[in-house]
Design a protein around this ligand. Sequence first.
Ligand SMILES: Cc1cc2nc3c(=O)[nH]c(=O)nc-3n(C[C@H](O)[C@H](O)[C@H](O)COP(=O)(O)OP(=O)(O)OC[C@H]3O[C@@H](n4cnc5c(N)ncnc54)[C@H](O)[C@@H]3O)c2cc1C
Length: 427
Amino acid sequence: MNIPRTSYPRIVIIGGGFAGVALAKKLSKQEVQVVLLDKHNYHTFQPLLYQVSTGGLEPDSIAYPIRKILKDFPNFYFRLANVKAVDTKKNKVKTSIGDLKFDYLVIASGSKTNYFGNSEIETHSMAMKTIPQSLNLRSLILENFEDALLTSDLNERNALMNFVIVGGGPTGVELAGALAEIKKGILPKDYPDLDTRLAQIHVVQGGERILPGMSDKASQKAEDFLEKLGVNIWKNVRVTNYDGKTATTDTDLTFETATLIWAAGVKGATIKGLDAGDFITRGNRLIVNEYSQVKGFEHIFAAGDVACMETEDFPNGLPMMAQPAIQQGEQLGHNLLKLIEEKPLKPFTYKDKGSMATIGRNKAVVDLKKWKFQGVFAWYVWMFVHLFFLIGFRNRMVVFINWVYNYVRFDREARLIIRPFKRRSNG
Ligand SMILES: Cc1cc2nc3c(=O)[nH]c(=O)nc-3n(C[C@H](O)[C@H](O)[C@H](O)COP(=O)(O)OP(=O)(O)OC[C@H]3O[C@@H](n4cnc5c(N)ncnc54)[C@H](O)[C@@H]3O)c2cc1C
């Protein structure tokens, strides 16, 4: 990998997401060598992926080069590599570009879409965890409307304009809101010769309310907002299969649809060598203690979505969200330096800063610890927080300008089929 061995201890970080970047920043300018490995050369701001999928933002405005984030740090190395396995006996990671020894290892590989073992759904549905997946979804949505315009078969046209989102968490809700805005504001202008009123957006939620991680009030308001936008919400319904044409559920309900978006769950993106039963708990996450140490190891750590740290307030592990990942990454940086200096480590405590979701134009729900609010003000707070946490001045400016433009013009300029999505054959 062409990384020199120095007298400094080598800390290898797998993953340049929220946890990995926060940790690497904490270790900058310290007497350690940091090697960050990621299969992408950019950090992805996942909370805005849905805007890429719906043509509201260009992908490069929510991605940032990892090398640039850490360019001024001495003793820092980035390598574009897919980590395949961890050899815990030889203290080595095996990657697509070779092996690398470590003194300390941090697994911050995040999570991946959980299909709960249903390979047919995995094959035919669309996921939205990465920028390439979001671009696929953007292309598919637009290609569907182009196809709908050409077909004379009414059933086929309806299926092409029928969008089924499985999962009523923040991702599903935000995507549904954005699709509803497209239906209202963009489609009639772009496709005057297509009856776009026929376009249907469905959110299918297994539980009894959408946004189950938020307050009852937020769930209720989000449901009201979505219904006003014309979104159909199906609660206590589970999608059981999808063959590329028909989605079946555990009720009598079925959907004929060319687009099923799977936002029903994620699981830890564990790495071979540390994926056996002993290390793993619910959600395929690595069991870590209050210092982020993986069960059974002093020098191997995990942070962010892939780590399951049980606390009194969160007995099933901290939520798989950006804030726990950032806070764990920062705290781990502090503790790694303590460990190297042979000083006592500080246990992690999570400061819950609340959660929020936006539902189309002018509408959002915000749950803070002491204050819960919904509507236009919540929408401003949502925008401010997302701009604040985006990495890079240029990205903030580009996103801000896009949002202002889209708001004033009722537009979404990035509705481009740059890289057509090749539909999988259902034969
Ligand atoms: C669509 C969507 C919307 C979301 N919205 C919100 C929101 O509004 N608010 C919120 O708080 N959270 C939100 N989240 C969740 C939040 O993005 C995650 O909790 C957060 O990204 C977790 O950070 P992380 O550092 O653990 O992992 P990630 O940010 O996912 O980073 C993991 C990194 O590891 C790399 N990687 C993985 N495996 C390997 C490997 N084998 N080799 C090399 N590199 C590897 C990946 O390329 C990636 O860069 C959303 C997530 C999604 C998908």
